[in-house]
Design a protein around this ligand. Structure first.
Ligand SMILES: Nc1ncnc2c1ncn2[C@@H]1O[C@H](COP(=O)(O)OP(=O)(O)OP(=O)(O)O)[C@@H](O)[C@H]1O
Ligand SMILES: [Mg+2]
Length: 279
């Protein structure tokens, strides 16, 4: 793909849940190899935006283009083909706890494997070397045959990263991948994501509650509030004042009211977020 064609482009995107607009009139372009952090209070719309980017949600209005395709116009087969190129790391890992680690790592192949091959691999694991290499890259090769639910939270997050390594997508989306981890593990996981993006040339889009990591590991910050984009700028151009404004409670409705037009009590689930996000 030419570098002038965005990996993702959102054109006038609104996403409603029933009548509630989670995102309103979003215009955004993200280019190959960029590392972009989505920041903003709880309820701002970060996860919704990531779900639109990987096609698990479709917009109510507007268009989401990923890897040159309008996701609303694809058959489910074509959509799955595009989704093979988009790896997602979730806050809650989305692993099958009762399976051994190797099977969760091998789930990274599922977009490519036939149903038959995937079923066989559950009995006789296939591509063991690839899984082992991915686990070695995330620092836990010895866990290959352990049951996933016997791993710590940080180790499970590494398994989720190993699954994405096996998937080998051109884009990685990560939705608050460190929010349940201690500071040391958070740094390790952020470093791993940075490494995957930097040395692998992968585009990285990550929602973060830690502005410190957003600044240290990404090049660009997109600030969301109340379903709208408040700023979109290189890290160096995002001032303390812009950050404070992003998290400032506005009128009665706080976070929720910027793009959404209502006056109700919604938005911030976390009322001490201004303190929490200090730089
Ligand atoms: N499936 C859904 N059905 C109804 N409302 C939803 C749904 N998903 C999200 N919302 C609402 O849309 C808004 C944006 O939610 P979203 O999860 O994208 O926020 P977020 O920025 O990721 O928040 P957090 O930091 O807490 O993860 C919230 O008000 C939320 O309650
Ligand atoms: Mg979220």
């Amino acid at each position: 793909m030419s570098s002038s064609v965005p990996v993702f482009e959102l054109k006038g995107v609104t996403k409603k849940f029933a009548s509630f607009p989670a995102l309103v009139d979003i215009n955004l372009q993200i280019y190959s190899g960029e590392r972009v952090a989505l920041v903003g209070s709880s309820g701002a719309g970060k996860s919704t935006l990531l779900s639109l980017l990987n096609g698990t949600l479709l917009p109510s209005q507007g268009e989401v283009w990923a890897l040159g395709r309008n996701l609303s116009r694809l058959t489910s087969r074509r959509l799955r083909q595009v989704q093979r190129e988009i790896g997602t790391v979730y806050q809650q890992f989305q692993l099958v706890d009762s399976l051994r680690v190797i099977h969760n790592v091998n789930a990274g192949h599922l977009g490519r494997w036939s149903f038959f091959k995937a079923a066989c691999s559950l009995v006789w694991p296939l591509e063991i070397d690839t899984a082992l290499k991915a686990l070695a890259e995330v620092g836990i090769p010895e866990k290959l045959y352990e049951r996933t639910d016997q791993l710590s939270g940080g180790q499970q997050q590494r398994v989720a990263l190993a699954r994405v390594l096996v998937q080998n997508p051109s884009v990685i989306l990560a939705d608050e991948p460190i929010s349940s981890l201690d500071p040391k593990l958070s740094r390790e996981i952020m470093d791993l994501l940075w490494q995957m993006s930097h040395s692998g040339g992968k585009t990285l889009i990550i929602s973060l509650h830690s502005l410190e990591f957003a600044r240290s590991h990404c090049q660009r910050l997109v600030g969301l509030r109340g379903g709208g984009i408040v700023f979109d700028a290189p890290v160096a151009e995002v001032s303390q004042e812009m950050i404070e404004d992003l998290y400032r409670l506005r009128g009665r409705g706080g976070d929720g009211e910027m793009g959404r037009g209502g006056e109700g009590e919604m938005g911030l689930k976390n009322s001490n977020s201004t303190r929490k996000y200090k730089l």
